[in-house]
Write a protein that binds this ligand. Sequence first.
Ligand code: IMP
Length: 428
Amino acid sequence: MPATVVVGTQWGDEGKGKFTDLVAAEMDVVVRYQGGHNAGHTLVVSGETFKIQLVPSGVLYEHITPVIGNGVVVDPRVLIAEMDGLEARGVDCSSMRLSGNAHLIMPYHTELDALHERHLGKAKLGTTKRGIGPAYADKSMRIGLRVQDLLDPPIFRAKLEAALSHTNKVLAKVFNRLPMNAEDIAREYLGGCAERLAPHVTDTVTLLHEALESGQQVLMEGAQGTFLDLDHGTYPFVTSSNPVVGGACTGTGVGPRHIDRVIGITKAYVTRVGSGPFVTELFDEVGDHLVEVGGEFGTNTGRRRRTGWFDMVMMRQAVRLNSITEVALTKLDVLDGLERLKVCVAYELDGERFEHMPYHQSVIHKAVPVYTELEGWSTDLSGVTRSSQLPAAAADYIAFLEEGIGVPIRLVGVGPGRSQYLDWQEAA
Ligand code: IMP
């Protein structure tokens, strides 16, 4: 059976959790392919709110096997706390599978993340300080520890000693901090963590291929978004993994020919947390409206998100980078009550017009948006479940976006609840 990928098309926080959860209903396996607990999904089911950071979204369905793929970086303490929290609320996590090849976030990664940020001063990236960048850096330096090392204590200790012999010099000599003690770390990770996680550690590549070969539906769940991608995002203001669809292949071990559906999750406006260029950013009362009505504060860090108008230049690039086959538009209801809406259709700099993302970062930093203005609507969309119930201005807004994106918009979200959405294609 072919696989489906869910990918964020902006800077993360597009509302992937809700739609992944919706699509997951038709799936047998849901696999996370990159990132770590820098992500945060909010799901509202029967009025109950679940905040999930590491466990794949499908966990709320009994029929789904949730999988953490090899491309994810895992802080075992966080994963255990999340599983315990879910289980305390009656969500069974026993079927969750964790790739033995996923890398571990170690206590020194979290410390180094904060230290690097402080060291950068005004040039800081605004990371989530979860240790994501340093964990992926150690993976690339080949001094990382993997989940499978938890199952082999002598190997774990040897690798930890090797990593610390490097990292402790950095901590002491670069940042003037105390070195970390290998024994303390080993006690915590090999003690409680290893035993708790051992039943979940699996060869997830084989699991996924066997699922595909036996005709099961596999959903590959991305975290963050296209423009936080290490290769294709607004570097260096990016995360340290590949949220784009290519990351789904490397982060799970499933090749591209298995993927036949790529759902691009797109917010009806744009937000960003942390530093970096943002062409359509708003600094006025419309920006405040989007923050307040949209609840635009990080699920994870509580930081106020930066907000701006919908950016078609980003979206065209996201379609190209991810081979998007359909779009899910989220949070349309947040635009309720705005008299006029703007959509950025191109960038401009020094008389030059850019319909597609300029490759040079300096251009993106200085470019100004070219807007098309549309009518707003005053109706409350939160109870709309069919396109025919939409006010004409809202239908025009969706149709305008769909034409510009060049890919069908299917589901449109009008509120946080599982049932607050409509199928735009039903009317077409
Ligand atoms: P890191 O992933 O913690 O290293 O942070 C790098 C950049 O990605 C920062 O600008 C973060 O704010 C941003 N970021 C990381 N995870 C998320 C997310 O799940 N949503 C939105 N932004 C994120």
